[in-house]
Structures are given as structure tokens and as C-alpha cells.
Design a protein around this ligand. Structure first.
Ligand code: MRU
Length: 343
């Protein structure tokens, strides 16, 4: 499994996902501001991977802090955290990871000890994240029967989690269990995470797949070619509404219309009980150039008006089940999400 994020001799080594599948380029980041830029520019992406990158970014920023007191240290660490949190607003895992890093620092008095503890904590979060991936992938694989054709959107594999994967993890686990499966992969406009990254990961795993454009999903669902849809999540609200890559909502509605189960696979770190519903989840708006260009090549007249929301909200009524490392949750989500988070 490729190492997406790694701490090497006081620096962060990061696989640049904007260059995939053409080149495997690793960046060496020695400043937390570079980590913030890498998250913003989606060199590292996918909600859980963003969380892990931010945790390492905090550890990196902490190493460079000079402070005469804990109070001064915490104030400077706040600046680091602020820079990392101002990158991508939708992924719950980013804020979840930063909060855990802050709590780690708060619990220790000695500044040198805090620095060491923050690095250890980032490494621990990475390990726990992968454990969660593997557990939820096993639960997800139970829903995938031998002979299934599964439709997935965006990229939710090792690249997106810096672990084993979520929706794609369940697909990988089903294959590892010996099930004969086929995957339909949406290209995922505008940044082509499906076409560039999911196909790259599936090819590497030897899992057969078919790449389709986003607009083809209704066609294939209505033809009875898809047995289930599995996607990831960037944030899950208390009532089970899910923010995920733009186009997920279309998929969920079309899946229900055609009687196809629609599953969301995500670690519990993507669940945000502080938000009652999807209406409160902030949706990231990205640059117009991502829509007017593909890989730098213009596809629209200069200066056209563009909208580019990176995510949409799928209301919980369309979701057959949410697969987490703590189990598979079905309606009523409001009660059951709260219950699994307290486990
Ligand atoms: O904009 P991205 O590429 O970071 O969006 C990624 C997604 O929407 C994924 O589906 C989600 O983060 C889950 S990743 C396991």
C-alpha cells in the first residue's frame, strides 16, 4: 500500500495527488504553511487524509515554536492550528484531528514534552484511522455479495484516507474475501478523482472496473446494471444527512428511484453531532478555473460565470445504511449515530 503521508526526519513526505496517475511525486514539507497549502491545493485530499495531514502539520508547526512559557507556546500553536483549519471547510475530520492535537498539548505543562507528544499523537491518529478503515471495510464487505457490480463516486481509497480506504476499502475487502465483483467508477468532475485516482487504485488492486462519466449514472442504474452504490463522506450531521463530493446527491436520488441500495462508508471521525442536519454543513466553493479547464486546458470561453461547490448534501432519507468502524447504522440515524459515538 502506498504511503500517502509520512513523517521522515522532521519533515512531512507527502504524495502529490494532483500529479496522479501520470507521475508519483513526493513533496517534502518542512513548514506547517506548506502543509496548509498542500491541503488547500488538494495535493492531499479526502476527508480522513486531510485530518491526518493536519495532525502532522500541527506536529510540524509545534517543533518550530520557540516559547518561554506554556502560555506563549499555546498561543503560537493556535496560529498553526488556525492556518490549517482555514484550508477546507467541509471535511469534519480536519477539525476533529486539530481538536485532538490541541487537547494533547493542553494536557502537558512542559513545552519540550508537548512537542514530542504532538508528534506521537499524530502518529497515533494515523494508526487509529487505518484501524477504523479496516473495521468499517469488513462491515461494508458483508453488504457486497459475490457477483455484485458496485458503483462508487470520487476517490475513497488509501489515497483519500492515508489508510486502507472507506467505500473503496469495503470494495477491496470484498475482493480479498474472494468475491467476484466489478466496479463502476464515475469520473467525478471537475477534478476527476474517479478517473485519475480510483481507477489507479483499482488497477493496482487488480479489481475489474468500468469508468463512466458522471452523467451516465442514471442510465446504468435504470438498466439494472448496478447492485449497490457505495460512497464516502466528508461530514455526517446528527440526523444522518451526508456531505460528500458534488454529484453524490444525484446518485442517491437515482439509486432510490431504481431500487438500488445506497451506502455511505465513513469513520466515526466524519460524524459531527454538533450539526443537527445537512443544512448546517459548510459547503466549500472552489475556484472557477477548476470548471473552465481540464488539466489546465480551457474548455469554456474566457470570463464565463461559474459555480463550483465541491460537495453536496444527501438527505438521510436516501441512505440505506451508514457503515462505520463501530457498526452499520440504519434509520433512525438521529438516535443510532449518537449511540455508536458513545461506545
Ligand atoms: O474534494 P475531495 O477530493 O477531498 O473530496 C473527497 C470526497 O468527497 C470523498 O468522498 C470523501 O472525502 C471521503 S474519503 C474517504
Amino acid at each position: 500500500m502506498i504511503k500517502v503521508i509520512e513523517w521522515v526526519s522532521g519533515k512531512i513526505r507527502l504524495l502529490d495527488q494532483t500529479r496522479l496517475p501520470w507521475e508519483e511525486v513526493f513533496l517534502e514539507l518542512e513548514d506547517y504553511r506548506q502543509v496548509a497549502s498542500a491541503i488547500k491545493e488538494m495535493r492531499v485530499r479526502g476527508a480522513p487524509a486531510i485530518g491526518i495531514a493536519a495532525a502532522y502539520g500541527m506536529a510540524l508547526g509545534a517543533q518550530g515554536i520557540e516559547a518561554a512559557s506554556k502560555e506563549e507556546f499555546m498561543s503560537k500553536l493556535g496560529t498553526v492550528s488556525q492556518a490549517l483549519s482555514a484550508t477546507r471547510p467541509t471535511a469534519a475530520n480536519l477539525f476533529w484531528a486539530l481538536e485532538r492535537m490541541k487537547q494533547t498539548a493542553e494536557a502537558i505543562e512542559d513545552v519540550a514534552q508537548i512537542k514530542a507528544a504532538l508528534l506521537k499523537k499524530a502518529q497515533k491518529l494515523e494508526v487509529e484511522n487505518e484501524e477504523a478503515d479496516r473495521k468499517l471495510s469488513k462491515y461494508g464487505a458483508e453488504l457486497i455479495k459475490d457477483g455484485f457490480t458496485i458503483l462508487t463516486h470520487c476517490n475513497t481509497g488509501a489515497l483519500a484516507t492515508a489508510g486502507y480506504g472507506t467505500a473503496l476499502g469495503a470494495i477491496k475487502a470484498a475482493k480479498e474475501e474472494g468475491k467476484k465483483i466489478h466496479v463502476f467508477v464515475t469520473e467525478t468532475r471537475p477534478l476527476l478523482q474517479g478517473a485519475r485516482l480510483t481507477t489507479w487504485e483499482l488497477a493496482g488492486e487488480g479489481i475489474p472496473f468500468t469508468l463512466i462519466t458522471d452523467a451516465m449514472v442514471g442510465h446504468f442504474l435504470s438498466q439494472g446494471r448496478i447492485d449497490c452504490v457505495i460512497v464516502g463522506a466528508d461530514r455526517i450531521a446528527a440526523n444522518g444527512d451526508v456531505a460528500n463530493k458534488i454529484g453524490t446527491y444525484n446518485l442517491a436520488v437515482l439509486a432510490m428511484e431504481n431500487g438500488v441500495p445506497f451506502y455511505v462508508a465513513a469513520p466515526s471521525s466524519s460524524i459531527d453531532l454538533s450539526l443537527p442536519s445537512g443544512d448546517e454543513i459548510p459547503i466549500e466553493e472552489r475556484s472557477p478555473e477548476e470548471v473552465t479547464r481540464i488539466e489546465g486546458i480551457p474548455i469554456a470561453p474566457v470570463g464565463v460565470e461559474v459555480a463550483n461547490p465541491a460537495f453536496d448534501i444527501t438527505p438521510h432519507i436516501y441512505i440505506t445504511a451508514i457503515i462505520t468502524e463501530k457498526g452499520v447504522v440504519r434509520e433512525p440515524y438521529e438516535v443510532r449515530l449518537r449511540k455508536i459515538l458513545s461506545l
